[in-house]
Write a protein that binds this ligand. Structure first.
Ligand SMILES: C=CC1=C(C)c2cc3[nH]c(cc4nc(cc5[nH]c(cc1n2)c(C)c5CCC(=O)O)C(CCC(=O)O)=C4C)c(C)c3C=C
Ligand SMILES: [Fe+2]
Ligand SMILES: [Fe+2]
Length: 349
C-alpha cells in the first residue's frame, strides 16, 4: 500500500475527551549567534514571499547571490551582543510566556486547554506543533500570532503556515485565528500599566517614543492595514497614559534595503529629538510581544548611541510585556474571549 498523502493519527482512539488548544506563534530566531546559524534562518525568513514581495526568481538570485554572503555575519554580531546563557531572548521570552499562559489558563479552566508555542521560521515549526496538539487530543484550535498589529508580512505569513498544515491533515481541528489585537482593551491597559510601573521605578523622561517594526511603504499602499493599526495603538495608549501630541511620538525601525519604508524612521527621529534639545527620551516598542534583537540591540544599544552622539543624555528603553503579569492577564482574557462558544471553555473567568 502506498503511504498516504495525509497525516492522520493511526491507532489513536477517537473517543478520547476533546481538548481545546492555543498555538502561540512568534517569528523565530537563529539557534546560535553565528553566521553559520544565521544563514539558514535568514534564508527561510527572507525567502518567504510574504516578507519580500518581489519578482520571485530575481529576488532568489539576489538573496542567495549577495545577501546571504554578507548579512549573516553582520546580524550574528548583533545577536551576539544580546545572547543569554539560556539562548536567544526571543525564544526564551516566548517560552516563558507560553508557560505562564498555560498556568494561568489551567487555574481558570483546569484540564481542557493546552498551550503550545511554534516559530514561523525555524523550530518548532507550526506544522510540528499542530500535529503534536492533535496527538494530545486537541479538536479545537485557536492560533494566536504574537503580533498585536496585523501585517501580511507577519500575521499573514503565520496564516499561510497554518493553511499549508491544514491541507495535509486527514482530520483537521476546528480553527480560529486571532487576526490582530492592536486595539484590544486589555492589551492597551497592559501596555499602559507596564509603562507606568516602569516610570514609578525609574522616573519619567521628557518624551515617550513608540517605535514599531517597519515594513515597505509599498505594502501599505497595496492595502496592508499595519500602518493604520500601529497608529491606532499609539493613539489609544497615549490617551490612556494622558500624553498629548508633544509628549508622544511614533516611529518605525529596522528598515532593510533601499526602497522607502514606513516613516518617520526611528534612527532619524532619535537624532532629531536630541538636536531639538530633548535630554531624556523614553522608548517603548508596543509591536513586540517579547523582547528580541530588534528591541534589545537596535533600540537599547544602537539607537541609544545615535541619541547620545547627537547630544542627548539618556535613551531609556522600556521593556516589552514579555511574561509580565500584565501580559499574562490580558492574553488570558483575549484567549478565553476568542474561545467563547467552545464547550471546553464554557463560562466566564
Ligand atoms: C526585510 C524585510 C522584513 C520585513 C518586511 C519584516 C517585518 C516584520 N518583522 C517583524 C518582527 C521581527 N523581525 C525581526 C528580525 C528581523 N526582521 C528582518 C526583516 C524584515 N522584517 C530581518 C532581516 C531580521 C533579522 C535580524 C537582522 O538581521 O537584523 C525580529 C527579531 C528576531 C529575533 O531573533 O530576535 C522580530 C520579532 C514584524 C512584527 C514585522 C512586520 C510587521
Ligand atoms: Fe522583521
Ligand atoms: Fe534590526
Amino acid at each position: 500500500m502506498p503511504r498516504s498523502h495525509y497525516t492522520g493519527l493511526a491507532g489513536q482512539s477517537h473517543d478520547q475527551p476533546a481538548q481545546a488548544g492555543v498555538l502561540l506563534v512568534n517569528l523565530g530566531t537563529p539557534d546560535a549567534p553565528t553566521a553559520a546559524a544565521l544563514r539558514p534562518y535568514l534564508a527561510q525568513f527572507l525567502g518567504d514571499p510574504r516578507v519580500i514581495e518581489y519578482p520571485r526568481w530575481l529576488w532568489l538570485m539576489i538573496l542567495h547571490g549577495v545577501i546571504l554572503r554578507t548579512r549573516p555575519a553582520r546580524s550574528a554580531h548583533a545577536y551576539a551582543s544580546i545572547w543569554t546563557p539560556e539562548g536567544s531572548p526571543l525564544r526564551v521570552g516566548s517560552e516563558k510566556l507560553a508557560t505562564a499562559l498555560q498556568a494561568s489558563l489551567q487555574s481558570i479552566r483546569p484540564g481542557p486547554i493546552r498551550v503550545a508555542l511554534a516559530m514561523r521560521y525555524g523550530a518548532p515549526s507550526v506544522r510540528a506543533q499542530i500535529e503534536q496538539l492533535q496527538r494530545e487530543g486537541v479538536r479545537r484550535l485557536l492560533v494566536l500570532p504574537l503580533y498585536p498589529q496585523y501585517s501580511a508580512t507577519s500575521t499573514g505569513s503565520v496564516i499561510d503556515a497554518v493553511s499549508d498544515t491544514f491541507k495535509q491533515l486527514r482530520w483537521p481541528p476546528e480553527l480560529r485565528i486571532v487576526n490582530d489585537y492592536h486595539d484590544d482593551e486589555g492589551h492597551i491597559e497592559a501596555l499602559a500599566l507596564s509603562i507606568e510601573r516602569w516610570w514609578a521605578a525609574h522616573g519619567r523622561g521628557e518624551k515617550l517614543l513608540l517605535s514599531f517594526h517597519g515594513i515597505p511603504q509599498r505594502y501599505v499602499d497595496a492595502g496592508d492595514p499595519y500602518f493604520h493599526q500601529c497608529q491606532a495603538t499609539a493613539r489609544r495608549l497615549g490617551a490612556r497614559l494622558g500624553l498629548d501630541a508633544s509628549q508622544l511620538i511614533m516611529s518605525f525601525q529596522s528598515r532593510v534595503g533601499r526602497e522607502p519604508w514606513l516613516q518617520p524612521y526611528t534612527d532619524v527621529t532619535v537624532q532629531r529629538l536630541a538636536k531639538d534639545g530633548v535630554r531624556r527620551l523614553d522608548v517603548a516598542c508596543p509591536g513586540f510581544a517579547v523582547d528580541c534583537v530588534e528591541t534589545l540591540e537596535e533600540i537599547a544599544m544602537q539607537n541609544r548611541d545615535f541619541f547620545t552622539s547627537a547630544g542627548g543624555e539618556a535613551l531609556r528603553y522600556i521593556p516589552s510585556l514579555n511574561d509580565s503579569s500584565e501580559q499574562v492577564a490580558s492574553l488570558t482574557a483575549l484567549i478565553l474571549r476568542h474561545m467563547q462558544g467552545w464547550p471546553e471553555c464554557a463560562g466566564h473567568p
